[in-house]
Design a protein around this ligand. Structure first.
Ligand SMILES: O=C(O)CCC(=O)C(=O)O
Ligand SMILES: [Fe+2]
Length: 287
């Protein structure tokens, strides 16, 4: 299976074929898939492929039960382990709204160590998007240091980008470049939204670069001795960093509106340091 091939279960494929044969529109199929828990970008790509007569189904794929898309089937039926290419990713917890899922073993310990190693020499104080201009500027609310990797900058980054596509259906070009953050003792990232505010000039400027941020994946690269949780104050959720785990959340609700319940931040580190890699996902290709 190539990195670009989407995993589609045989059940989903036959359901799509039967619905298309009945004359259902692509839009209604996509809506039905979203209602049953599939991420919308995955649904759109699968349906577009199916309607064009080229539904992507891979007979030999071990991921053919749909990776993340399988999780929409309800807690009792949803698998606790997702097979993504050659990896087995654990589902640690799942919250329905805002859709938030913690995955274990998303990265290997070795992948985490290599990302930290490659970043250590090039990190600088972190920037945030200026609401007025849309430029990236330093900010007291974000006392971490950071750097980033361009798309496919090295084979490790490429393989993580491909894994995100296989797991969630987000093509690499929809993924912003991978951001790396390091927080020392006391460093934090105050609660914020990852989505852009259409009422601010800077937000509108960012929206021109591939649309809204629809989802975020925060990958934890080390064990933090104390503090450093990712906190969601509006819903009372606190996620402790665990090396190799990845926290996924969707910034848009089922009606495709930005969801203020996704307010989140990085709590101050109490002891040790905290390293994360973040992928923000756009509606369309990031330009
Ligand atoms: O440090 C954290 O846990 C949160 C990071 C974050 O919010 C982001 O990268 O957008
Ligand atoms: Fe964030």
């Amino acid at each position: 299976m190539s990195a670009q091939t989407l995993a589609v279960s045989h059940e989903l494929k036959s359901w799509l074929d039967s619905q298309i044969a009945r004359g259902c529109t692509a839009a209604s199929l996509i809506d039905a898939m979203v209602k049953s828990g599939h991420p919308r970008p995955y649904a759109e790509r699968v349906v577009r492929g199916a309607a064009g007569g080229e539904a992507v189904v891979d007979e030999g794929s071990t991921a053919d039960d749909g990776a993340f898309s399988m999780m929409g089937e309800g807690a009792a039926q949803a698998p606790n382990t997702l097979v993504v290419g050659e990896r087995e990713v654990q589902v640690m917890f799942a919250l329905a709204a805002p859709r938030t899922v913690m995955f274990g073993d998303f990265l290997t310990a070795d992948e985490c160590d290599r990302l930290v190693e490659l970043s250590r020499s090039k990190i600088k104080p972190s920037l945030v998007v200026d609401p007025g201009t849309g430029d990236f500027v330093p900010d007291a609310a974000r006392t971490s240091e950071g750097t980033y990797f361009n798309h496919a900058e090295n084979p490790l980054v490429s393989s993580i980008e491909a894994r995100i596509e296989q797991m969630f259906g987000f093509e690499p070009r929809q993924q912003e470049p991978m951001q790396i953050l390091r927080y020392g003792v006391g460093a934090e990232y105050s609660p914020h939204f990852d989505y852009f505010n259409v009422n601010e000039a800077g937000g509108r400027r960012q929206l021109e670069r591939g649309g809204q941020r629809v989802a975020t994946l925060i990958m934890y690269l080390n064990e933090v001795e104390a503090g450093g949780a990712t906190v969601f104050p509006s819903i009372g959720l606190e996620v402790k960093p665990r090396k190799g785990c990845a926290l996924y959340f969707e910034s848009l609700d089922d009606a495709e509106n930005v969801d203020p319940r996704t307010l989140h931040g990085g709590a101050p580190v109490g002891k040790g340091e905290k390293w994360i890699a973040t992928k923000w996902i756009r509606e369309r290709a990031y330009v």
